[in-house]
Design a protein around this ligand. Structure first.
Ligand code: SAH
Length: 271
């Protein structure tokens, strides 16, 4: 319940107290019916307005918060790619975050999305997207759909996005949300991203948003020549690697230290 809801609740109580006092003073039992009617009306009004207010923050407020996020968390930290800025200005990040944490959607950190998983910090989404150097012709693979936010950001820039999530409930929620927002260029699949999406390979770019102990070989194979992959590698604290593929093999470059949830499934079984 937010402050506005509380205020309404107390107003309602004060009006009720006044109505009861009036009733006692007048000893008029016809008024009892009005009191019931009044209570019923106030209750339905209260529950209705509570729902709409907490589900949707007004567009103008979230646009403002998004602008501030871009200014204070991205631009001041050297995110300069115009496409990344435009994409993150367009995607309504708060809708990708469960109701109870929505108020923190534009904070400078990761947020819980259920099932012990998190949506990445805005700055990390920006830097990973920027490192991929994608454009409107790119075909991109994402491992770890999570909330679907990173996929939406990629979907604003690239031609087509293929995203895989291992937790069926998260995959379903993300797919429904991305569909409702009209992202026709994003395809979602439930499964283990370790194996990539061979039917759609090769990809111009691959982004892994869960930490792997090592780089999955199938993903390297599914990267185009000249393609780029970003992946957090390590256990508790990890290094964000940029992998580029050329005709002589792959070049691995460590960029910044990051903290992602671990990649589960096949990758944990391999020696
Ligand atoms: N990109 C997401 C955040 C990723 S959190 C977003 O924008 O919200 C990491 C996600 O990777 C989690 O949802 C987790 O379930 C998923 N994941 C972990 N291991 C995976 C695997 N082997 N294949 C696919 N998804 C995996």
């Amino acid at each position: 319940m937010n402050t506005q809801d509380l205020r309404k609740y107390f107003k309602c109580l004060i009006r009720l107290k006044k109505a009861i006092t009036d009733l006692l003073l007048m000893h008029n039992f016809h008024i009892l019916w009005f009191l019931f009617l009044y209570l019923f009306l106030m209750l339905s009004l209260f529950t209705q307005s509570g729902n709409t207010e907490s589900n949707n923050m007004p567009d103008s407020a979230t646009t403002k918060m998004r602008m501030r996020m871009i200014e204070t968390q991205l631009i001041t930290r050297d995110i300069g790619d115009k496409d990344v800025i435009r994409a993150m200005r367009n995607v309504p990040r708060h809708l990708f975050i469960p109701q109870e944490h929505r108020g923190y959607a534009y904070e400078d950190g990761p947020q819980p999305i259920g099932h012990n998983q998190t949506i990445s910090q805005p700055y990390i989404v920006a830097i990973m997207t920027e490192l991929l150097k994608i454009d409107s012709a790119s075909k991109v693979l994402e491992i770890g759909t999570g909330s679907g936010y990173q996929a939406a950001v990629l979907g604003e820039i690239a031609d087509s996005i293929f995203t895989i999530e291992i937790i069926p409930e998260l995959a379903k929620t993300a797919r429904l949300l991305l569909d409702s927002l009209g992202y026709k260029n994003i395809r979602c699949k439930t499964g283990d991203g370790y194996l990539g999406w061979p039917e759609e390979a090769p990809f111009d770019a691959i982004i892994v948003t869960a930490a792997a102990p090592k780089i999955p070989q199938p993903l390297i194979e599914q990267l185009k020549l000249g393609g780029r992959m970003v992946i957090p590698v390590g256990d508790y604290s990890q290094e964000l690697y940029l992998i580029t593929k050329n005709k002589d093999g792959v070049v691995k470059e460590a960029t910044i230290r990051v903290r992602f949830v671990p990649m589960t499934g096949e990758v944990q079984k391999k020696p």
